[in-house]
Ligand binder design. Structure first.
Ligand code: CA
Length: 228
């Protein structure tokens, strides 16, 4: 069964999420504090998606996120933010979250986001090993790895999916909508900005000079182009 962790200290919100996720067919692991969530994840290595609240009684959700990402690039992470925490959204994504949801949210929306993350995690796991080699980069679609000049670059699932899309479409301008649809799924109803935030993070990891990106170039008013 697909397993999800929900970290939320407000019992009413947490119970509401738990009930709805169970109804949607997920097994749910609950935590009410940051350290507890990290413990529970150790006990449940098969958790595929973690939902993290930001304001918590001990360590905050960003720190929990960083802690998870230090050892696990595969797990999907969704941050829960309060309304008008615009900067929090960005910071959350910069520390390795895949998505965010603003409170209050509908259970159907949360389930759709989790389903989308799960699809991405389980997609293209098998099949032929395909290596895409461009410039200094080698992308292996079976191992889901990216190397630059022989050095492994650690990517989140979202970053990997974006890199694969780019390397399958070299030299082609991709609109932000194209990227959103391809990476997050057709039924994703989040904001286009999530594309820019992930591209910015990806540039930090892969560009020689982040201020003057030469691999992922911006197509003004449209989107991005891969030109390794
Ligand atoms: Ca809270």
């Amino acid at each position: 069964m697909k397993k999800v962790l929900i970290l939320e200290d407000e019992v009413s919100i947490r119970s509401f999420v738990v009930i709805n996720l169970k109804r949607a067919g997920y097994e749910v692991v609950e935590a009410g504090a940051g350290m507890e969530a990290l413990e529970k994840l150790k006990e449940n290595p098969d958790v595929g998606v973690a939902i993290l609240d930001i304001m918590l009684p001990d360590i905050d959700g960003f720190e929990v996120c960083r802690n998870i990402r230090a050892t696990d690039k595969r797990i999907g992470i969704i941050m829960l933010t309060a309304r008008s925490q615009e900067m929090d959204k960005i910071t959350g994504l910069m520390t390795g979250a895949d998505d965010y949801m603003t409170k209050p949210f509908s259970p159907a929306e949360l389930t759709a986001r989790i389903d989308a993350l799960y699809r991405r995690i389980s997609s293209d796991g098998g099949g032929d090993s395909i290596e895409l080699s461009q410039g200094p980069f080698v992308l292996n679609t079976r191992n889901r790895t990216l190397d630059k000049e022989g050095r492994r670059i650690k990517l989140t699932q979202v970053e990997y999916a974006i890199m694969r899309l780019f390397m399958q479409n070299p030299g082609r301008a991709l609109s932000r909508e194209d990227i959103l649809t391809s990476v997050w799924g057709r039924d994703y109803d989040g904001e286009l900005k999530i594309v820019d935030v992930n591209i910015r993070r990806l540039r930090i990891k892969i560009e020689d000079d982040t201020a003057n990106p030469s691999y992922i170039t911006t197509v003004w008013g449209f989107g991005y182009k891969w030109g390794a």
